[in-house]
Design a protein around this ligand. Structure first.
Ligand code: N01
Length: 500
């Protein structure tokens, strides 16, 4: 497919902010709907989002590849059940190439603010280079996990060695023979820790809260499987459906914390079998209910602690010195390199501080989200007409593929734009009463889940404990709700003044 749109156009029908899995899906669905007048604004020099940025050793997706890919763009050639970042990034770029999305993309275009002109029903997006893009609709697809969270350890600025965050891995720095301290034991850290352990002189893993880690079914696909998947797409689709439903069944313990407690027994046994030292195994065993934080998968993480050059520290960090790190019990370790597997700033009220979104009546999204970020179906916010979000409030997932949610959102957004066009209106704005009712019910339902009752704190929750990150139901329920836009939930508006 070729497009004749110039990505440097200053006025478009639709602007998409971010060229990761979400933005790319949106762009493809717009083209499929015959909407060519759009631009993807990408801050970097290439598409890919998460999979362009995260390249740490062992970086892979912990959702099966046949599921963590677009339903409309099956790939019979996935090498393994769980693919590494490079293979996923190659898939994204190949898909973008096939659908002509590079031609629609303006690279090195970072958006720093947006404001709505009510009289003309048009948004203006500000770019870092001072340029502006005007659009009727825009889609915020920048993703919730991209601003590294850097801990403020006392003395960190004095450290003379190397420091980097997992999402900004410095591949030019050779870890061989170095004394490395790694902080954090989330999904990123459990992937790179086993990879770097054999190379370094000593690895100190600093754990604040242990995670529940279940075995990973690491099969590679044989040449025969790939051939069958290519020849008989129905087989690949069946495989995808099986993976979907096996992941979807993980939603059960979320609503039934007692069921989660039963499953914990098996995982505790898994830890005891994998870790030789009893004290280390005990310290690696979580005390909160399984599922309260994201369930992780690995066969390699626990055995890493059987190595002589790896130790687990469960004390807090007291301070960092020029060449060492000191823990709360006063013990000190020499350190050449500090790796921060400390996750991301997930609260949009914090990471979007420098990105004012000014809607109707001069109100900002930041003001409206003062207490919590809220949207209708995670997509539209009352007072911000024609602004759509992907993986917005309460649409993250802890148990299944986010690509499923992204496809639901892209379909819904296209439907909204098409309905507005068919009605001959300029804008649609979700009714505040509908948005409030939706969120009230959602928060009531979240109260019974393992996230609120499991005895942990996680990035799923704000500091006050409110869960604004995760979709608390089955994903097919989201599919049903987003299948098409319910017109009664929106104000449909025609502006009085002609658009110039
Ligand atoms: O980050 P995290 P991540 N002192 O927030 C600890 C996705 N992902 O980058 O648990 C000491 O999970 C913190 O401790 P605690 C996935 O959605 C997906 O690993 O807060 N420790 C925790 O252990 C995932 O959930 C894939 O007590 C500190 C860790 O740092 C999300 O990205 C792969 C600390 C942060 O864990 C984030 O994962 C990888 C401090 N001051 C990631 N501050 C897939 O395969 C933080 N910690 C799809």
């Amino acid at each position: 497919m070729n497009s004749r749109v110039n990505p440097r156009n200053r006025a478009v029908k639709v602007a998409i902010v971010g060229g990761g899995f979400g933005g790319l899906c949106m762009a493809i669905k717009l083209r499929e709907a015959g909407i060519e007048d759009f631009v993807v604004l990408e801050k970097a020099g290439e598409l890919g989002g998460t999979w362009r940025e995260n390249t740490y050793p062992g970086c892979a997706c912990d959702v099966q590849s046949h599921l963590y890919s677009y339903s409309f763009e099956g790939n019979p050639d996935w090498s393994a059940r769980y693919s590494g970042w490079r293979e996923i990034q190659d898939y994204i770029l190949a898909t973008a190439g096939k659908h002509g999305i590079h031609e629609h993309t303006r690279f090195h275009a970072e958006v720093t603010g947006a404001h709505y002109d009510e009289a003309r029903a048009r948004w203006t997006l500000d770019l870092t280079d001072g340029d502006q893009v005007e659009c009727q609709h825009w889609v915020l697809a920048s993703g919730p996990l991209h601003v590294p969270q850097i801990p403020n350890f006392p003395g960190l600025e004095r450290f003379q060695g190397k420091v980097f965050h997992s999402s900004q891995w410095d591949h030019d720095y050779d870890l061989t023979g170095k004394k490395v301290v790694s902080v954090g034991t989330g999904a990123s850290a459990i992937q790179y820790v086993p990879q770097i352990a054999p190379r370094v002189e000593r690895l100190t893993v600093v754990q604040r809260t242990p995670g529940w880690i279940i075995p990973r079914d690491e099969r590679r696909y044989s040449a025969l499987s790939k051939t069958l998947f290519r020849r008989f797409p129905a087989l690949r689709k069946l495989h995808r459906a099986r993976l979907y439903w096996s992941n979807e069944s993980r939603v059960l313990p979320i609503f039934h914390p007692r069921l989660a407690t039963l499953l914990e027994k098996g995982v505790k046994q898994f830890i005891r079998l994998q870790v030789k030292d009893k004290d280390t195994a005990r310290r690696l065993t979580p005390s909160y209910t399984l599922g309260c934080k994201r369930i992780m998968i690995s066969n390699r993480y626990y055995p890493t602690f059987n190595r002589d050059n790896v130790e687990l520290v469960t004390e807090g960090v007291k301070e960092v010195r020029e060449h060492s790190i000191v823990f709360s019990d006063g013990s000190e370790r020499e350190m050449d390199c500090l790796v921060l597997g400390t996750g991301f700033v997930v609260d949009p009220r914090i990471y979007m501080q420098g990105f004012p979104i000014v809607g109707r009546g001069g109100r900002t999204l930041q003001e409206d989200w003062k207490d919590a970020s809220e949207a209708y179906l995670g997509i539209t916010v009352a007072g911000y007409p024609n602004l759509f979000q992907m993986v917005g409030p309460n649409t993250g997932l802890g148990h299944n593929s986010i690509v499923f949610m992204i496809e639901c959102q892209a379909r819904y957004i296209v439907d909204a734009i098409e309905k507005a066009d068919a009605k001959g209106v300029d804008a649609l704005d979700v009714k505040r009463s509908e948005m409030d009712a939706f969120n009230e019910k959602l928060q009531k339902d979240v109260a019974g889940t393992v996230w609120q009752q499991g005895g942990c704190s996680s990035w799923y929750q704000q500091a006050d404990g409110k869960n604004v990150a995760i979709w608390p139901y089955s994903t097919w329920r989201y599919w049903l709700k987003t299948r098409q836009v319910d017109e009664s939930k929106y104000h449909w508006e025609k502006v009085a003044r002609p658009v110039t």
